[in-house]
Design a protein around this ligand. Structure first.
Ligand code: ADP
Ligand code: MG
Length: 253
């Protein structure tokens, strides 16, 4: 596979180039380009209204681009529908957890297990055992192994966020996108979430939108700072936080 883009970069998982979306003439995302590598945690920061959530909407196909390209491995996502993008291995968590409150943790994870993933022709009980094992594995990963039989409505806010991350992880995405995952979490929960992210990128890449700078410092390999639909700065946290433009529009507030 030769995944060279117009700018000649290789070995990325995701290449966003010249991405623009116009809502009645207002460009919420305006000629945006950035690249995400294998096993990278990329954090997108920036003031409210900068266009961060819209970028995730564009990548997952919920919003259609006006111009530009989104290449995920060798697939052009701008031409694909939302469910096709999910099937290609892109998972996305929204700001509010979308879990089934009246189901247990186990059931929430079980229904997220991709159908048709088990060996073709496997007997029902073999499939059940396979699903159960995977649910346990994921529950452990997201710190919910002792909560499997709890109804989701009784989980804390942080545990609900982890459950939803688990529901995405059980689908084994190659790219996971999280919109403000630690908002409303305690300091201890934030630390555990950082640990979780470091663990899961061994098999995938992650894009996180976040405002908590301590958390961003803990997780980010690189940071993309957005402002008015464009990239204002990009680099290590150390690099961007010393950029006067970034201090002026975002960090100084
Ligand atoms: P952020 O996540 O950085 O706070 P958003 O991506 O949510 O910013 O929004 C960027 C801008 O685009 C905002 O001014 C918002 O009002 C506008 N916007 C987002 N989605 C739509 C839409 N579907 N229709 C019109 N305007 C939108
Ligand atoms: Mg947002």
């Amino acid at each position: 596979m030769d995944a060279t883009t117009s700018s000649g970069r290789k070995d990325f998982v995701l290449a966003v180039e010249g991405l623009t979306v116009s809502f009645d003439g207002f460009k919420a995302v305006n000629d945006l380009s950035f690249y995400v590598d294998e096993n990278e945690i990329r954090v997108i920061i920036g003031p409210n209204g900068a266009g961060k959530t819209t970028v995730l909407d564009l990548i997952c196909g919920r919003t259609k681009a006006t111009e530009g390209s989104i290449k995920f491995r060798d697939h052009e996502l701008t031409r694909m529908k939302e469910h096709q993008i999910v099937r290609r291995g892109v998972g996305r968590k929204f700001q509010n957890p979308s879990i089934y409150e009246d189901l247990t943790v186990f059931e929430n994870l079980e229904i997220s297990f991709p159908r048709g993933r088990s060996v073709w022709g496997a007997l029902a009980f073999q499939r059940d055992a396979q699903v159960k094992e995977r649910v346990q594995e994921i529950a452990e990963m997201v710190f919910l192994q002792n909560r499997l039989n709890e109804r989701a409505e009784y989980l804390s806010h942080g545990e609900k966020q982890w459950l939803e991350i688990g529901m995405l992880l059980i689908q084994d995405p190659d790219l996971l996108m999280l919109d403000e995952p630690v908002a409303g979490m305690s300091v201890a929960e934030r630390k555990k979430t950082a640990e979780l992210l470091h663990r899961i990128i061994q098999d995938r890449s992650v894009i996180v939108i976040e405002h908590d700078m301590k958390f961003v410092e803990d997780i980010a390999h690189r940071v993309t700072v957005m402002h008015q639909g464009k990239v204002l700065a990009e680099g290590s946290m150390e690099w961007v936080k010393n950029d006067p433009k970034v201090v002026e529009v975002y960090l100084g507030h």
